[in-house]
Design a protein around this ligand. Structure first.
Ligand code: ZN
Length: 123
């Protein structure tokens, strides 16, 4: 991979081999500019996405953000409870997923049938 000039600051850099189309150096300022630009481009491609918010104005958006932030600050218990229930859901899902996975591994000779529930954890 040959070095190339950064689109923003013009200094030469080596593009990441996993991102060969990279045109911006790793400089923090340049990365910020790139993010802003890609955000703007995305908005141009998806003009209807922000229509609702824009019709209410940026102030409305700010108020909504502040409200939800204040709500979270006032209700730390609810936030924690919400996180916990979802964490439990996730853990249960993963446990069931692993059980199914192990069952599949165990029943390799398909003729042997169901062998009960003695699920051993491979450590
Ligand atoms: Zn740069």
């Amino acid at each position: 991979m040959d070095p190339r000039a950064c689109r923003y600051c013009n200094s030469s850099f080596l593009p990441n081999k996993y991102a060969p189309r990279q045109t911006v150096c790793s400089n923090l300022e340049c990365q910020k500019k790139r993010q802003l630009e890609s955000m703007r481009q995305w908005r141009e491609k998806n003009p209807s996405y922000f229509k609702y918010d824009e019709s209410k104005g940026i102030q409305w958006l700010e108020i909504q953000r502040r409200r939800s932030r204040e709500w979270r600050q006032r209700n730390p218990d609810k936030v924690r409870a919400y996180r916990q229930t979802h964490e439990d859901e996730y853990r249960r899902y993963m446990r069931e997923y692993m059980q199914r996975y192990r069952q599949k591994q165990k029943t390799q000779p398909p003729a042997s049938g169901e062998t009960g529930t003695d699920v051993k954890t491979p450590d």
